[in-house]
Ligand binder design. Structure first.
Ligand SMILES: NC(=O)c1ccc[n+]([C@@H]2O[C@H](COP(=O)([O-])OP(=O)(O)OC[C@H]3O[C@@H](n4cnc5c(N)ncnc54)[C@H](OP(=O)(O)O)[C@@H]3O)[C@@H](O)[C@H]2O)c1
Length: 246
């Protein structure tokens, strides 16, 4: 089909990534769902999307801590769909790292998934995105400019991702637009790391809108940047209920 568009969503099988896949798919974009461990969820989402539109979704596995995964993932997208229009760097690891207990394993994991992989995926995808006058979205974090205590490595990685967004908006111009979406409190971590009494309520109370966001709030901002905000590049849209501006 002449106007076919293809998006690669990293960490796309669950939670916010899955919402991004569904939102883009419902606007007519075909989807490559990237996953690392969540094969079952990736396959279920693939089936759900293909039921809605035949042959419109597929899955690709890769551990984004491994340097050779970047070229392989992009190669798989091109082999399967023949083109790449949109790259959404959503995959992320997230946990506290306390001073005095920092170690290289956590550094490599957090920096690789949140910063190194987005950069090297952009490099691997550049040629293909350029052909399609494509677009990149990096999912950062609304707390990046007001870092959360005890998360120094994650915070460094997400700040780097904002810098990466602004740098590549220049370096990949004029053919490829590069923007970011910065979520606030959308979904709590599944390992209960933020379940301390009152923590969540306090966070929500600090937002202007006095409520938690939804994965759809994020995916709609991603779709907007990809398909509507065509004169924007190097931008970060905060989707955080106003929480970062306090
Ligand atoms: N949730 C929130 O409220 C919130 C707030 C601020 C920012 N964000 C940002 O929004 C994005 C999505 O958030 P989320 O909470 O939905 O994310 P998440 O569930 O914590 O993680 C998304 C996926 O990232 C993948 N991933 C992690 N490490 C990886 C690695 N080394 N290689 C490949 N894949 C890896 C995992 O895939 P598998 O399951 O397949 O292993 C995971 O399902 C993230 O960038 C996050 O930092 C979220």
């Amino acid at each position: 089909m002449k106007n076919k568009k293809i998006a690669l969503v990293t960490g796309g099988s669950r939670r916010i990534g899955a919402s991004i896949c569904k939102e883009l798919h419902s606007s007519g974009i075909d989807i490559m769902i990237h996953y690392r461990d969540s094969k079952e969820e990736a396959n279920l989402l693939k089936a759900e999307l293909n039921k809605k539109r035949k042959d419109s979704a597929d899955i690709v596995q890769g551990n984004l801590c491994e340097i050779d995964s970047y070229e392989k993932i992009i190669h798989t997208v091109i082999k399967r769909f023949g083109q790449l229009d949109y790259l959404i760097n959503n995959a992320s690891s997230y946990y506290p790292t306390h001073m005095g207990k920092l170690n290289e394993k956590d550094w490599n994991d957090l920096i690789s998934s949140n910063l190194k992989a987005p950069l090297f995926l952009c490099q691997a995808a550049e040629k293909f995105l350029k052909e399609k006058k494509g677009s990149i979205i990096n999912i950062t974090d609304a707390n990046e400019s007001n870092p959360k205590k005890g998360y120094v490595i994650y915070n460094i990685a997400k700040s780097g991702l904002v810098s990466l967004t602004r740098s590549l908006a220049k370096d990949l111009s004029p053919d490829i637009r590069v923007n970011a979406v910065a979520p606030g409190a959308i979904l709590w971590p599944e390992d209960d790391q933020e379940s301390e009494q009152g923590y969540r309520e306090n966070l929500i109370s600090k937002t202007f809108l006095k409520k938690q966001g939804t994965p759809e709030n994020i995916s709609k901002a991603v779709l907007f940047l990809l398909t509507t905000a065509l004169y924007s590049t190097g931008e970060v849209i905060h989707v955080d209920g106003g929480g970062t501006h306090k």
